[in-house]
Design a protein. Sequence first.
Length: 357
Amino acid sequence: MTGSTAMPGAFTHPGRHRVAVLVRNGLLTMEFGIVHRLFGQARSADGTPLYEVVTCTTEPGALRTDADVTLHVAHGPEPLAEANTVIVPASDEDYDPRCGALSAPLAAAFTLIRPGTRIASICTGSFVLAAAGLLDGRRATTHWRSAEQFRRMYPRVDLDPDVLYTDEDGVLTAAGVASGIDLCLHMIRSDHGAAVANEVARGTVVSPHRDGGQAQFIRRPVPEPGISSTGRARAWALRHLDRPISLRELAEQESMSVRTFTRRFRDEVGVSPGRWLALQRVERARQLLEETDLPVDRIALDSGFGTAASLRQHLQAVLGVPPSTYRATFRGSAPRPAVPERAAEPCGGVPVSAPSR
C-alpha cells in the first residue's frame, strides 16, 4: 500500500475540512480504510468534496499493519498542526498492557495539535487518547474486550463499554472496528447534516445509523429455538410514528408479554423501547426540518411529539440545538418540496451513544 507522494506537512485544499489520520505501527487496516472511504465520499450539493484526508505518522516511511502488506506513509506529524479533525485508529500495540504512556515521538506529535481541534479514536485507539490525558473526566468507550484493562489503566475516564461511540466536547471515541463507520458518519452528520451523511452511507452500502450499542455484540447464550425477534414491532412503530405508541402495543405486534418484549428488545437493540422510539421520532423530525418547509408545529405532529414544545425539548436534549437552529444550519436556502405522506423510514442521525440512564 502506498500513501500520498506529496511532500510531508501540507494539505492542498485550504477551503475543505482537513482530516489528519494519525497511524502507528501495527495499524488495523480496516479502520484506516474506513476514514478515507467515508470522508472521501462526502460531497456538497454541487459535487464538491467536503473533506481532505491526509495520513500521517510520527516518522515517515514504511509502517507495519495487521495484514500482509506494508503501508508507506509520506507524511510525518506536521499535518496535525493544520488539521480540523484528528483521528487515531487502533494498533495491535494497544493490546500490550505495558503501553500505558505515550512514546516520546507520539507525545511530541500530540503537541502539534491546535486547541479546539476535534480529536477522535477508533477501537483501542482510545488508549492513546487516554494516555494523552484527553479523556480524563470525559465519557468514552473502547472495544468491549478491552474494557476491563482500560478501566484499570485509566480510572479517571468515565468508560461506557455498552455504546458504539461517544462525543464529548469535541473528543470522540468509537467502540470497535466497524463502529468507526458509525463514528465517521456521526461526524459528517454533525458537520453537514443527515442528507450528506445518508448519501455517504448509501454509497458505502451501510446503514446510516445502527440501533443500540455494542452491548448487543457481546457474547451471550444462544436463544432458544423458535424465539422471535422484535423486528416486526420496530417496523410497525416506524409506520406509526405520528401517533402515540404504547409499550403494550409494541409487545402485541410480537405476541409477547410486555416484560418479555422489553427484555428481548433491549437484548437485540441495546436500548429500551422507549429510548429507541424517542430517537426514531427525533430522526423523523430532523428529516422534515432538512427537507421541507413545514412549520415546527406540523413537524411535531408528524414525528409524534405532539407539540412544538415537546419537539424543542427532545431536539435540544439529543442534538443540543432547537428546531429553528437545526433547520437554519442544515437546510439550504433554496425551497424544497414537502415530503409526501408515507411511512417513516429509519434514517441516520441520532447518536445512540448517549442512552438515558
